[in-house]
Each structure stands twice: as C-alpha cells, then as structure tokens.
Write a protein that binds this ligand. Sequence first.
Ligand SMILES: NC(=O)c1ccc[n+]([C@@H]2O[C@H](COP(=O)([O-])OP(=O)(O)OC[C@H]3O[C@@H](n4cnc5c(N)ncnc54)[C@H](O)[C@@H]3O)[C@@H](O)[C@H]2O)c1
Length: 333
Amino acid sequence: MRESIHTVTVVGAGYMGGGIAQTLALAGLDTTIVDVDPEATQRGLQRLLREAEDFEDQGLYPSGAAATIAEHLRAGQSLETAVAGVDFIEEAVFESPEVKTEVLARISAHADPEAIIGTNTSTIPVAVLAPAVQHPERFLTVHYSNPAPFIPGVELVAGEATSPQAIAAVKDLLQRTGKEGAQVADRPGMALNRLQYALLKEACSIVEEQVATMEDVDTIVRTTFGFRLGFFGPFAIADQAGLDVYNNGFGTLAEAYGSRMSRPELLREAVSQGRHGLKNGAGWTGDFPEETAADVVRYRNRAYARMGELLRELGPAPQASPPWQPGHTDDAA
Ligand SMILES: NC(=O)c1ccc[n+]([C@@H]2O[C@H](COP(=O)([O-])OP(=O)(O)OC[C@H]3O[C@@H](n4cnc5c(N)ncnc54)[C@H](O)[C@@H]3O)[C@@H](O)[C@H]2O)c1
C-alpha cells in the first residue's frame, strides 16, 4: 500500500473530476485526467486550463496558478495507460453503480496493486462498489463537494476492508492540497447528505405548513444559524449556546412534533453529567478553562464580524424571478 501520494489520475473529466484534478495540479501534484475517449479527455483538459485562467483573472486563484496547473495537468490516452504506475486514482464518472463497477474493475486491473483507489460517489455505499476492486483494502470513498476547487471539506468513507493506511495516505494528500478530510462509516447518505437532507426536509415542512415562505426560510438560514456554520459545527454551536438551553428546547419541540424531535440521548447524557457548555466550562466538545472560553468568544466575534463584512462587500446573490409559487400550475411546464 502506498504510504504517500505524489502522482494522481482522475477518471472522469466532467464537472467534479475536472475540479478535483485542478485542485491537485494546483497543489503541484502530477495529475492525469482521462475520460471516455481521447477527444473527450482533450476537451476536458482545454476547458480546465481555460477555467484556471479565468479563475486567476478573477482573483479566485493566486497569481501564477494557471501556469502551475498547466505544468502539472495532462491528458491520458486511455484509462488503462493513465492509471498504470500512479499512486492514487480518483474515480469521478456518472453516478451509476453499473458504470462505476465497470470502471472501477478496469482501474483496479491496470493500476499498481499498491495504488490507492477512491470514488467520488455521493450516494453509493463502498460495500456496493468494493467487490469490483481487486485488493479492496486500498479502496474508499473520497467525496469532494461542489465546486471542488473552492470547497475545502472531503468526506471519507471506509468500507469493511479499507485499511487504515489507505485512509491515512488520503488524509495526508488532502491536507497537502488545502483540503480537510473527515471519516464516516459506510451508511446511506454518509454524514453530509443526511445532514443536508434533514435540513431541506424540515425547510420543506415549514413551507408546506405555511409557517414561512421559501424566501423567508432562506433568509433565516442565511442570516442566523447558517451564518455560523462556516466556522462551527452543530456540536460547537450548542456548546456556545448552552446544552441546558437545548435540553429544555427539545422538551417544547417533542411536545409539538413527537418523537421525531425528541431529546437526543447524547444531549441528555451530557446535561445529566452537568455539562452545560462554555458557560460552565464543560461542554460536548470538551472542557473549556476560562482562558479557552474567552478565546472561543473572541474568535467567534471576529469571525462573525468579518463574515458580515464579506457579505456586505459581495452584496446579495443574483435573484431568480419570478418566484415559483407552490400550489399554482406552472404554465411553462
Ligand atoms: N455534481 C455534483 O454536485 C457532485 C458533488 C459531489 C459528488 N458528485 C459525484 O461525482 C461524480 C461525477 O459527477 P459529475 O457531476 O462530475 O458528473 P459529469 O456528468 O459532469 O461527469 C462525469 C464524467 O464521467 C465521464 N465518464 C463516464 N463514463 C466513463 C468511463 N467509462 N470512463 C471514463 N470517463 C467516463 C463522462 O464522460 C463525464 O465527463 C458522481 O459520482 C457524482 O455523484 C457530484
């Protein structure tokens, strides 16, 4: 098993594969892309090089980035030759178990037995794809988010056979390329999509129950708790707000919405141990000596003030119009 990754091939030079390849090449890794045939691969390469120049012109990439990408990114001739001899192969073809199974089987037949193989699937369990891979201990999901050049988080899913060395090597690669990996178990929706879908499902219920309009839900998310999410996850936010506060809040929600909103065991246990968060120095995420608690508050205030400045500088996102009205027939459909 490769302990360190220095050369990479991305199979599938579409939207995600292209962005992933760009990110890796920008970090100075020799990166090959390959798509269904040499023409499609060349088109992908040219698109990525043009896009890198645009990103640099817009100040989204540092000066010299497009040249670095051009130097390190190349088009492979065929899948078989492109995967041979590289340290890591990331599969980013269509989200179909059949297509991915066929592609992964070809990748693992032609890659070095020591090479690590990742899939960018957003929904298919490792357990479904792993049987296609020879030496499945080197196989895992390496799930980049869209747009890959700018979103830092990458979800890693280990299957039953995945070895800790493969995970460590990918985490190290991500760290060297400005990304941050977090590992989750091989369950449907992993962590990212379960969280996103739970939020979207509740947002839809709020609109369906006419508690608020879509526009007002989006405004509330964007301007309140969503504002915090670039800096803190739900556990850290709860520590700042007070676990005792959430504990009581769940009482009200469970009364109104039933078991779906019942108090989580994880919360009940922490509060029963006297953990109330930053306010009493003992929270979900750990202990907060006085100085640490003060540092967290200072960091938080600075982060939110800077976030406010950024949003004022960017101005509002372009609006779609006219707004879609649920319950009305769409003449255009
Ligand atoms: N688009 C997103 O927002 C997003 C986010 C996270 C993960 N993903 C996942 O990333 C993967 C790719 O999605 P995408 O949005 O980039 O799709 P896409 O359609 O833009 O790209 C897929 C590419 O795979 C190529 N391809 C298909 N079969 C191939 C084969 N046999 N050999 C080589 N190349 C082949 C296609 O020609 C195409 O260029 C999917 O698994 C998807 O679920 C997508």
